[in-house]
Design a protein around this ligand. Structure first.
Ligand SMILES: *Cc1c(COP(=O)(O)O)cnc(C)c1O
Length: 361
C-alpha cells in the first residue's frame, strides 16, 4: 500500500514578513520551513503514520539506537523555482533510488521510490512560499533522512525506523560568488575502504571526514580530497562532492565508481551533458601522480568539484605534504560552461531535453 502523506497544517506558521526576511538572505541550512514529513516503519507493521506535519523536535529516549550505532542515511536535493513561478525537482527518482541503495547497505528498510518522491513533493507543495524566486541561484534545499528510532542498545538492525524530510531555503553555497577553492590532499585520513560505506550516503561517513577537513583548514584549504586507503593509488572524491579534471585535449575525466565513491547525481548529469559541450567524458582510475603531474606539465587545465549543494566549484590548487600544484588562472571556462549548463536546466532556462525535471507546483 502506498503512502499519501496527508497535510496536518501548521496552526502557527511563520509570518509573511519573516519568510520574506529569510528568503532575502537565506544562508545555507540555517532556517527551516513550517512543515516536515514523517513516517514510521516497524518490522511488524511496515510503513505507517505518514504525514506532512508542523516542523518540530523529535522527542528521543536516550537509548534510541541511532544515537549509539549511527544507523542512519540521508539525501540532499533541491526544489527550483522557474521564472513563471512553477517549482521543479531535479531527477528526484535518482535520489529515491540512491536512498534505497544507502538503506540496504545500512540494514534499514527500503522506502518505495514513489513514496519517497510523493513525500518530497508534498512537503514542497505545503511550503511552496518558502521556495525563493529564481534569481541569485537560490533554491529550497531538501533533506530526506532515515534513522533507527527503536529504543535498545543491542547491535542488530533496528525494528523501528523513522523517515523524515525537512527543507531549508538556500542561497549560493559559497557566498561571494564562484571563486576557485584550494583542496587539501590528505595522506593521513581515509573516508572509505573497499567493502565499507563509501558509496552509501550515511552520516557516519561525514563524521569520519571532519578531522581531515580540519587538517585541510590548517593548510589554507576549504575541502579535502581523499585517496583510496589501501594502495594510495586512486583519487576518490571530496568529503561531500565528486571531482573532475579537464585536459588540454578536451577530455573530462572523473574517477570511476569502485564502491568507495558516492555516486553523485550532479556527477552523472555532467557526464551526460559533457558531449553536448564538446568534451569527451572519461570515467577511469586517476592516480595521485597523474593528477599532480598533469597540472605540472600543463595537460590538466581545469579541475572542479560537484554536488547538489554547491553545484560546480572550480579548484584553484591541490596541496599535500608533497607540494602544491596550482591550476592556470584562466577563468575556468569549461568549468563555468558546465556549471551554467546544469543550472540552466535546473532553473528551466533551456529546454529539459533529458526529462530531468519534475514539476511539483
Ligand atoms: C551527496 C554527496 C555527493 C554529491 O552527490 P550529488 O547527488 O551530486 O549531490 C558526493 N560525495 C559525497 C560523499 C556525498 O555525500
Amino acid at each position: 500500500m502506498s503512502l499519501s502523506f496527508p497535510l496536518h497544517a501548521n496552526p502557527t506558521p511563520a509570518g509573511d514578513a519573516d519568510v520574506a526576511r529569510v528568503l532575502a538572505d537565506p544562508g545555507f541550512g540555517d532556517h527551516f520551513t513550517d512543515h516536515m514529513v514523517v513516517a514510521t516503519w516497524t518490522s511488524d507493521g511496515g510503513w505507517q503514520g505518514d504525514a506532512v506535519q508542523p516542523y518540530g523536535p523529535f522527542l528521543m529516549d536516550p537509548a534510541t539506537a541511532v544515537l549509539h550505532y549511527a544507523q542512519e542515511i540521508f539525501e540532499g536535493m533541491k526544489a527550483y523555482r522557474h521564472a513563471d513561478g512553477s517549482i521543479h525537482l531535479f531527477r528526484p527518482e535518482a535520489n529515491a533510488r540512491r536512498f534505497q541503495t544507502s538503506a540496504a547497505r545500512l540494514m534499514l528498510p527500503e522506502l518505495p521510490t514513489e513514496d519517497f518522491i510523493r513525500a518530497v513533493a508534498a512537503l514542497v507543495a505545503a511550503d511552496s512560499r518558502w521556495v525563493p524566486e529564481a534569481t541569485g541561484e537560490r533554491s529550497l534545499y531538501i533533506r530526506p533522512f532515515l534513522f533507527a528510532s527503536e529504543v535498545f542498545l543491542g547491535v542488530r538492525a533496528a525494528q523501528r525506523v523513522t523517515f523524515s524530510v525537512i527543507a531549508s531555503p538556500a542561497g549560493p553555497y559559497f557566498t561571494g560568488g564562484v571563486k576557485p577553492v584550494d583542496i587539501w590532499v590528505t595522506d593521513t585520513y581515509a573516508r572509505a575502504g573497499i567493502g565499507g560505506t563509501g558509496s552509501a550516503k550515511c552520516g557516519g561517513n561525514y563524521a569520519a571526514s571532519l578531522i581531515a577537513q580540519y587538517e585541510g583548514y590548517e593548510h589554507g584549504c576549504s575541502q579535502v580530497l581523499f585517496i583510496e586507503a589501501a594502495d594510495k593509488d586512486r583519487v576518490e572524491e571530496l568529503g561531500g562532492m565528486n571531482v573532475f579534471l579537464v585536459t588540454s585535449d578536451g577530455r573530462l575525466v572523473t574517477p570511476a565508481l569502485t564502491g568507495t565513491i558516492l555516486e553523485g547525481i550532479t556527477r552523472d548529469s555532467i557526464l551526460t551533458v559533457a558531449g553536448e559541450l564538446g568534451l569527451v567524458p572519461e570515467e577511469r582510475r586517476v592516480t595521485p601522480e597523474e593528477l599532480f603531474d598533469g597540472i605540472a606539465d600543463g595537460s590538466t587545465v581545469e579541475a572542479f568539484s560537484c554536488g547538489t549543494a554547491a553545484v560546480v566549484t572550480p579548484i584553484g590548487a591541490f596541496k599535500s605534504t608533497r607540494g602544491e600544484w596550482r591550476l592556470p588562472e584562466n577563468g575556468s571556462p569549461q568549468t563555468i560552461g558546465i556549471r551554467n549548463a546544469i543550472l540552466d536546466i535546473q532553473y528551466g532556462r533551456v529546454p529539459d531535453t533529458h526529462g530531468w525535471l519534475q514539476r511539483v507546483v
